[in-house]
Ligand binder design. Structure first.
Ligand code: MSP
Length: 510
């Protein structure tokens, strides 16, 4: 069984913003964790390249849509490499392969008698690429999300019979664990209970899209096309792919991780499309919250957009990952504040985790011949028990997608070990000869705890984890799984410890 996790396929109207970095980092952490616990993982990301928004952006830039898409898609792919994202598949919806999948899928939905021609009238937001609800028929002037004028559309479109799937979708959205978090689930249940309406899946007067077979002038609606990217990604590198075979082998996806604004598409429209074509809906759709900056919505007009590239070059990958994953509970909105960011990194990573490692390796080197302690008695299981409990809670929280709690498990463990060190005061005990055994035991406990912290951080902060492990002169053993290496006591007694280097620099708040 392959665990399939997806990010949204990002619009290429612009380069990645902090919101897209946020979603991708979450998926990356989960994907890394699943791999470490021994699951086969397929981590899918990619770009959504068709539609009116992209066509207009290309025109504004004076280039053809495909040239524009080539350019921005490359930036996305490059960015994910710079952010150390361990994606397995990167799908572009302008690819020939994807077009083939869309056509095949459309044929299946048509065979289910779920497509008909109709007239689509309504107010459209090009930013959302979505018709807006307008219950009282009064013209909505602006999109509440994009704050841009809506456009009136009245054209012949192909429709998908969403209404036919009312019962199946009602059951699905009520199913435990399908939509998370709870508040979002209730929004969707409420939306579905009002009665599902058929939605248009093609556009006329829009050339930048996939042509609908046998329907001159019609291209597929960008959402119909884009959602199928999750499926085309599965067979991206297969030469003789067959739709049936790939889906049988790999579908359904385990989780679509998306922002709350696109939940309806993933939890309602997409499952109905899949049911119509004879396939299963995804197992879970998780709608995360929105990021604001210093309490304000980020926007070009407000001039407060936080460029992730600047964060990357100023602080590097790991501090940004730690902040976004620890400070925001998955599902809730979060705020990026510069001062809070600097304080959290200095406090958690530099002072608590970094210092613990630095102090303990320095003491051990000084007192025990540049090595970890050896030849000592075990006095009690206090720290070993705390460590085992931390590992269990950490795994449980990651399995439940409670990333912030999992990170706090690591941090609280480090806080407790710092406290243990301060209470035991080995620097006082070392002065009397008869306490040497005890000092050895304390220092071993602290060093072994640091190793645990290093290993636990592997899916969260891959490079900081490496630095910690190197500093302790231990390695990720090939013959033991990651989980097995989280067993207490694997730090070799009497092994060489290199001279400590700070694993992370303290940040300045400008
Ligand atoms: N192309 C569609 C997705 C198609 S999936 C088959 C799309 N793209 S998007 O680029 O506009 O948005 C991608 C993701 O970024 C969405 O999940 C959206 O919720 C998220 N975010 C956009 N702004 C955001 C914040 N300010 N904060 C957090 N996430 C945000 O929608």
């Amino acid at each position: 069984m392959t665990y399939i996790i997806t990010t949204p396929l990002y619009y290429v109207n612009d380069k990645p913003h902090l919101g897209s970095v946020y979603t991708t980092i979450i998926c990356d952490t989960i994907a890394r964790y699943k791999r470490l616990i021994g699951e086969e993982v397929l981590f899918i990301t990619g770009v959504d390249e068709h539609g009116l928004k992209i066509q207009r952006t290309a025109t504004e830039n004076g280039i053809s849509p495909i040239d524009h898409c080539d350019k921005v898609s490359k930036i996305f792919k490059q960015s994910w490499t710079e952010w150390n994202i361990s994606f397995d598949k990167f799908i572009r919806t302008s690819s020939k392969h994807h077009e083939k999948v869309v056509n095949e899928f459309y044929e299946k939905v048509r065979e289910s008698d779920d497509i008909y021609m109709g007239i689509q009238k309504g107010w459209y937001c090009v930013g959302c690429e979505e018709f807006k609800d307008n219950p009282d028929n009064s013209p909505l002037t602006q999109c509440p999300i994009h704050k841009k004028n809506l456009e009136w559309k009245n054209e012949e479109n192909l429709f998908f019979k969403l209404s036919k799937y009312q019962k199946e979708i009602e059951e699905l959205v009520n199913k435990t664990g399908f939509i998370e978090p709870k508040e979002r689930k209730n929004e969707i249940i409420n939306f579905v209970s009002k009665g599902l309406k058929d939605f248009s899946i093609s556009r006329t007067n829009l050339s930048w899209g996939i042509n609908v077979p046998n329907e001159n002038k019609h291209t597929f609606y960008v959402w119909f096309d884009a959602l199928l990217g999750y499926i085309s990604a599965l067979s991206l590198d297969e030469k003789d792919f067959t739709f049936e075979k790939t889906l049988k082998l790999l579908w359904p996806a385990d989780i679509h991780l998306i922002g709350k604004d696109i939940l309806r598409f993933h939890a309602v429209y997409w499952p109905a499309m899949l049911i119509s074509s004879g396939y299963q809906p995804p197992k879970k759709v998780f709608g995360h919250g929105f990021l604001t900056r210093e309490g304000q919505k980020m926007g070009k007009s407000l001039g407060n957009v936080l460029d992730p590239n600047i964060l990357l070059s100023k602080y590097g990958v790991d501090p940004v990952r730690w902040f976004l994953l620890k400070d925001i509970s998955l599902g809730s909105d979060g705020d990026f504040q510069d001062k809070r960011f600097v304080d959290i990194i200095n406090n958690d990573l530099a002072n608590t985790i970094g210092n613990l490692l630095n102090r303990s390796t320095s003491m051990s080197r000084k007192w025990f011949n540049d090595s970890t302690p050896t030849d000592f008695d075990e006095y009690n299981d206090e720290i070993k028990n705390i460590s085992n409990e931390t590992v269990e809670n950490f795994k449980k929280n990651l399995n439940d997608y409670k990333l912030d709690l999992a990170l706090n498990n690591i941090l609280n463990f480090a806080i407790k070990i710092n406290l243990y060190l301060n209470n035991e005061q080995p620097w006082t005990l070392i002065k009397s000869k008869e306490e040497t055994q005890k000092v050895k035991f304390i220092i071993y406990n602290v060093l072994e705890s640091s190793r645990m912290i290093g290993f636990l951080l592997k899916p969260i902060l891959p490079s900081l984890s490496n630095k910690i492990v190197n500093q302790l002169n231990v390695f990720y053993l090939k013959n033991l799984s990651w989980t097995e290496q989280l067993r207490w006591g694997l730090l070799k007694k009497g092994s060489y410890l290199p001279k400590p280097n700070p694993i992370i620099d303290k940040l300045d708040y400008e």
